[in-house]
Design a protein around this ligand. Structure first.
Ligand code: NAG
Ligand code: NAG
Length: 329
């Protein structure tokens, strides 16, 4: 009896949490294996998903917003996915919920929200969540946070008041969706399933008609470890982390053979400072080195915390004058 009562309860819960309106985007292009596997996984969980990805690989563009001024130029869309001369945006011939846009990741997310979403969703519907990624390669710590196009599309969406999550997978192989083996253990399918599982956890018990999935100004950065053939890491547990802690920034070194600059990774106090968040959480860089998925909650309120900013502001008082002091300073 108890068993069947529990089953009824969970079946009821399952009904109330399904069916988010999701905008899915990325930076490795609309034709990448990870984003297409994630599209399938989210759809199979009952969500309404609109995929709008860059026409070509747009890694490392951060939050820069560059719009096209010409149609698709040579050599065409990523992996031959769009012919030369095609319009700067368009959809898959067989699926009107799979689109490309020839801009940077942040520009793609904004174009999707303002131009494509209104054609695919009713005016009384809204996007509940922007899902960006999973990226081909990890994006760990503050340096990658600003640099990554995957995360750039997510924080641009948060700035547009829409809850957003950015996902990055340790496996950095740049692959077309046409190379997906169809196996559950294909790294793209593992990343897609884990993304859908995370979205289910985020949506659990939330009525999105009444409340937001995340507070205003807040997003989540997720890093999966590396999956691949023969790798036993296929079910990494989700682990709460913070952005700083063991994080790296570039140190420039001159290659003696070529004379040109390159970089090595440097761990500095500056990048690993703990001003915000829970100080005792492990850093995502450290956690990701094991078979674990890091989950860091970020905010786009970049102002320094009051206690940290106050002495700086007080020191600068002579150039501002007392009239500019906030009340209670
Ligand atoms: C871009 O493509 C559109 C749609 O095919 C076409 O109408 C337009 O003339 C093209 N613009 C340029 C600058 O080639
Ligand atoms: C990453 O995925 C590709 C494609 O499945 C695979 O060939 C490669 O071995 C994987 N890399 C690692 C380090 O597991």
């Amino acid at each position: 009896m108890l068993r069947s009562a529990l089953f009824t309860l969970s079946a009821t819960l399952a009904v109330t949490v399904s069916g988010l309106n999701i905008l899915l985007t990325n930076d490795d292009s609309w034709a990448s294996a990870n984003v297409r596997a994630t599209y399938e996984a989210l759809k199979s969980d009952g969500h309404k998903v609109l995929l709008v990805g860059p026409a070509v690989q747009q890694s490392g563009k951060g939050g820069t917003s560059v719009f096209p001024t010409v149609n698709i130029t040579a050599p065409g869309g990523e992996f031959g996915s769009i012919p030369v001369g095609a319009p700067y945006f368009g959809h898959d011939a067989l699926d009107q919920n799979i689109w490309y846009f020839n801009g940077t990741p942040a520009a793609t997310a904004l174009f999707a929200l303002d131009v494509i979403v209104p054609t695919r969703f009713r005016t009384d519907e809204k996007i509940d969540l922007v899902v960006s990624g999973p990226n081909e390669g990890s994006n760990l710590g503050p340096f990658l946070y600003t640099l990554s196009g995957t995360i750039g599309a997510a924080y641009a969406s948060v700035e547009r008041s829409i809850p957003a999550i950015a996902l990055s997978a340790g496996n950095g192989t740049h692959r077309s969706f046409t190379t997906n083996t169809g196996s559950k253990t294909d790294p793209a399918n593992i990343a897609g399933r884990l993304t859908a599982n995370f979205v289910a956890a985020l949506a659990r018990g939330v009525n999105t008609k009444k409340s937001r999935l995340l507070p205003l100004g807040v997003g989540i950065g997720i890093n999966f470890p590396t999956f691949g053939p023969g790798n036993p890491c296929v079910a990494p547990p989700f682990t709460l982390t913070r952005l700083t802690g063991g994080a790296t920034i570039d140190k420039v070194v001159i290659n003696p053979a070529t004379g040109f600059p390159t970089f090595t990774n440097l761990v500095t106090d500056g990048i690993n400072v703990k001003l915000n968040g829970l100080h005792n959480l492990p850093g995502e860089t450290v956690v990701n080195a094991g078979c674990k998925t890091s989950v860091s909650v970020f905010s786009i309120d970049y102002d320094a915390p009051t206690a940290v900013a106050a002495p700086v502001q007080a020191h600068l008082l002579p150039i501002f004058g007392k009239s500019q002091l906030p009340h209670g300073f």
